[in-house]
Design a protein around this ligand. Structure first.
Ligand code: TRP
Ligand code: ZN
Length: 501
């Protein structure tokens, strides 16, 4: 406790400094608008500053025959500065009512920015309630030869909600950047007879007057782009795995022999990856496979990866499990350990691709070193040497280089520091950043600390140049590989040039 004298002196000082008529709240620092973005160099408008969301309570009602979504979002947040106003990201939908802490608040909208005018003191918790409705806008990502539909996708019998980097704002008001993870509860109401599948653990369903409400809960913090509320007819199978539910939902319009075998190995592949990375991060697991013709990707939605049907082929099994290993690896790297900024994307895609190489080894279809050597032997004109995976730029965020050269970076690290240190680095990376974030600079620092080696040159060459880096191992390996057969995992990528993962 401070002596009374100094408290009095401080109070008098404040009285002298504060001009007549100013609100006493200003004593704790001036109230300013929260930033309209978190400052991501690739996407300056994504997310917002000045507060931290703790929990989203989403109650949405969807009518597939009109595509209209009616929603009520309650956002529980804490101010990290004295706010005079703050922003949410929210695209397209009509706002019917907005309140802060139960009081009607004024707001304005411009592009994706929803600005709410409200004085909130630093450190205090507040609750924003938004009631809204409309037809969620599907994001169209142009690619050569195809347009990738992402975000809130309207399907023949419902909706498919998946995409990145920024899609959540098309269906709920959100602080839409990986930096602000939060827990979620979902209540999704759909015409009776349809299923609604979100993230985490199921909390039951209720049918009344021809509508069914499905409840889900994701307690472990989640990035907004990983949230889903996928609606339609699904065959659902639930297994208990180490006491946690694994929920696999497959569209009944798909032949039962198509995706069931591969996604049915979710538990087995999860255990396989946990053996390398550490314990599986979340309270549930699973998969969703929809019949929708215009879904051309798979995505690592937290606890519930979503797969395009085109990843699977009838009559084959092991080749179709590579994408499952990829999406499951993202549960550790991407979901639990999130990017700090989007230029850290190789930490997601490089690890997930490397997991496919580990799975390849397990299947007896090529070791990571054999796959690396095959790739290394390919000319600079191969599609994965540029741009530099450590700084691909916003347009090439998901270029092959981010995936392939990203995974090659990990193998180059493994060869340089040796197996023991490599696995120590990987396990510590997860253990330290679990439920949090990690950046490239932090990964390099950890690798140097664990190995005791100076690795700047290695990471500089592999992540930040657009030429072929020096081979980290014996030159003879390169010669042998140039005549080797293409590893099966790379053939599985070739079979689906139109697919993103
Ligand atoms: N990152 C996703 C995966 O690895 C795939 C992906 C890349 C994607 N770009 C996308 C998904 C755009 C949706 C939209 O599984
Ligand atoms: Zn991926």
């Amino acid at each position: 406790m401070k002596p009374l004298r100094s408290l009095l002196a401080a109070a008098i000082g404040v009285l002298v400094l504060v001009p007549l008529g100013a609100a006493p709240a200003n004593a704790g620092g001036s109230f300013r608008p929260g930033a309209a973005g978190v400052g991501d160099p690739y996407f300056p408008g994504y997310g917002n500053g000045g507060y931290d969301v703790k929990h989203y309570d989403l109650d949405v009602h969807y009518q597939p025959s009109t595509d209209v979504l009616t929603g009520r979002a309650v956002i529980h947040a804490r101010a990290t500065q004295n706010l005079s106003s703050f922003n949410l990201d929210f695209v397209g939908l009509t706002i019917d009512k907005l309140s802060v802490n139960g009081h009607k608040a004024s707001y304005s909208r411009s592009g994706q920015e929803l600005t709410v005018t409200r004085k909130i003191r630093k450190g205090s918790r507040f609750r924003v309630e938004v009631r809204y409705h409309g037809v969620p806008e599907t994001i169209q990502i142009p690619f050569p030869g195809i347009v990738l539909e992402a975000g809130f996708i309207h399907t023949d019998d419902g909706a498919l909600v998946a995409g990145q980097p920024e899609v959540a704002a098309t269906w709920f008001p959100v602080n839409d950047h990986p930096q602000d993870k939060a827990s979620y509860s979902f209540a999704v109401t759909v015409p009776a007879g349809l299923e609604a599948i979100a993230n985490g653990v199921p909390r039951g369903s209720k049918t009344k007057d021809g509508w069914t409400t499905w409840k889900w809960e994701q307690r472990t913090p989640m990035i907004s782009y990983l949230a889903t509320a996928t609606i339609g007819e699904f065959r659902i199978s639930t297994t208990k795995h180490h006491g946690k539910p694994t929920i696999i939902a497959i569209d009944p319009d798909l032949p039962p022999s198509l995706a069931d075998d591969a996604v049915g190995r979710t538990n087995e592949i999860t255990d396989f990856l946990a053996g390398f990375f550490g314990p599986y991060p979340f309270e549930a697991n699973g998969a969703i496979v929809d019949d929708y013709d215009n879904l051309f990707f798979a995505l690592e939605n937290q606890t519930r990866s979503i797969y395009s049907k085109y990843f699977f082929e009838e009559g084959t099994t092991t080749g179709e499990t590579y994408v499952v290993a990829h999406e499951l690896a993202h549960q550790w790297f991407g979901d639990s350990v999130a990017v700090e900024q989007w230029d850290d994307i190789w930490l997601n895609e490089g690890f997930a691709t490397y997991a496919e190489w580990l799975w390849s080894d397990k299947l007896g279809e090529g070791t990571p070193q054999e796959i690396f050597d095959f790739l290394y032997a390919q000319p600079l004109s191969a599609p994965y040497w540029a741009p530099p995976p450590g700084d691909p730029g916003p347009v090439d965020l998901f270029d092959d280089s981010v995936y392939v050269r990203g995974a090659m970076t990990l193998q180059a690290l493994r060869v340089t520091v040796g197996d023991a240190d490599f696995w120590k680095i990987v396990r510590q990376w997860y253990a330290k950043n679990r439920n949090g974030h990690g950046s490239t600079a932090e990964f390099v620092r950890l690798a140097e600390r664990v190995s005791g080696e100076q690795l700047d040159d290695l990471f500089q060459a592999w992540l930040f140049t657009d030429t072929k880096p020096p081979h980290p191992g014996a030159a003879t390996a390169t010669l042998a590989a140039s005549t080797a057969d293409k590893p099966a995992v790379l053939k599985s990528w070739d079979r689906r040039p139109h697919l993103r993962r």
